[in-house]
Ligand binder design. Structure first.
Ligand SMILES: NC(=O)c1ccc[n+]([C@@H]2O[C@H](COP(=O)([O-])OP(=O)(O)OC[C@H]3O[C@@H](n4cnc5c(N)ncnc54)[C@H](O)[C@@H]3O)[C@@H](O)[C@H]2O)c1
Length: 348
């Protein structure tokens, strides 16, 4: 199977590309190489005869048509997006242009190509989305996001992803495009861009800087190791039912304070600090406006229908992640110099 992956130089897309090449699939990686990308993320597979790269912006419809014609993919996994909530608060327009208009372009280019090919049943357009489209949950642990939960996005980022989900469903209902959708909880793991919470905490800790926690640290997220997400996505593109969406989560709810404290303890173990435990560096900072209180996924559908389960516990995944950042300074050090990284963004 030849898969066109958009956003394959980003955090999750590159995990999909690496795993797909390991599984002998053919990959066409389509990426505009924005500030959030790092083409080194796929360096380990870029010499494979099964790998091709196209430096293309999904806002450019003509370029997308050329990619479809040139590579003739059997399936599309659409991950390219602006993904940082804080940046969406400061500058929402890129999120509208890439996440909504870009997805519209992807759907139209895929539809034209699929129709030209005689509408093959086996074609798939897989839209990779987030649980943030569902809004926020109360702290009642019985309450979880299912595939039936109503959309209620509350940030420019999640609203743009919700809009793109709606477009994808509409292209299925209206034009018959064979789509599948996934909505996943927060990811963590190797190659996570150093503006997101977990890498910020690890890298600040190593430099003896404050570990910033928004508000009182009580916001709850449901964490999933990125390679388990990649595995789930490759399961859905192969076996997911057309027109269906699947929620993906690790059943690992943690408050931000619990998460940061766990990271501190792992660091105490792997790289003890002269000045005492890393927890002493925790600092509470002004909360993000509209900060959703709790996200938690009910993954019953993907587990029961497709047999997918995460392979690591959060403790194992966080330890692997910390070790990876300790071993890969040459990867993260240059990225810290990119525009906006290390600055407090999104205070409204
Ligand atoms: N990170 C998470 O925790 C998470 C959770 C659930 C869903 N998602 C979704 O998964 C997808 C990937 O997330 P990520 O964390 O890997 O993001 P990322 O920011 O690390 O990577 C995004 C990639 O898309 C590319 N891109 C951005 N705009 C583009 C454009 N106009 N044209 C072509 N390429 C463009 C970037 O260059 C980058 O390589 C996104 O759609 C996101 O909404 C992320």
């Amino acid at each position: 199977m030849k898969i066109m992956v958009t956003g394959g130089a980003g955090f999750i897309g590159s995990a999909v590309v690496r795993q797909a090449i390991r599984e002998n699939l053919e990959i066409v990686n389509v990426d505009a190489l924005t500030y959030a990308s790092c083409i080194e993320n796929v360096a380990s597979v870029s010499n494979s005869p099964n790998y091709a790269f196209e430096h293309v912006d999904i806002r450019d419809r003509a370029a997308l048509d050329r990619v479809f014609e040139g590579h003739k993919p059997d399936a599309v996994m659409h991950l390219a997006a602006e993904s940082h909530v804080d940046r969406s608060i400061d500058g929402p327009s890129d999120f509208i242009e890439t996440n909504i208009n870009g997805t519209f372009n992807m759907l139209e280019a895929a539809r034209a190509y699929w129709q030209d090919c005689g509408r093959p049943d086996g074609f798939r357009f897989h839209h990779i989305s987030t649980d943030e489209v569902f809004g926020t949950l109360s702290d009642d642990k019985e309450e979880l996001f299912t595939e039936q939960t109503s959309y209620d996005p509350r940030s420019p980022y999640s609203a743009s992803k919700a809009a793109s989900d709606h477009l994808v469903r509409a292209w299925h209902e209206t034009y018959g495009l064979p789509v599948v959708l996934t909505n996943c909880s927060n990811n963590y793991g190797p190659y996570h861009f150093p503006e997101k919470l977990i890498p910020v905490v690890i890298l600040n800790a190593l430099e003896g800087k404050a570990l910033p926690i928004y508000g009182d640290g009580s916001n709850v997220r449901d964490w999933l190791y990125v390679e388990d997400h990649a595995d789930a996505l490759l399961t859905v593109i192969r076996h997911g039912k057309i027109g269906r969406s699947y929620n993906i989560g690790g059943e690992n709810e943690r408050t931000n304070l619990e998460l940061v404290t766990t990271l501190c303890r792992i660091l105490d173990d792997l790289r003890p600090r002269d000045g005492g435990p890393y927890e002493n560096l925790i600092t509470f900072v002004t909360d993000r406006p509209g900060h959703d209180a709790r996200y938690a996924i009910d993954p019953t559908r993907i587990r029961d229908e497709l047999g997918w389960r995460p392979s690591v516990t959060i403790e194992e995944g966080l330890r692997k992640t910390v070790q990876w950042y300790l071993d890969n300074e040459e990867w993260w050090r240059p990225l810290q110099k990119r525009d906006g990284v290390g600055k407090r963004l999104g205070t409204g």
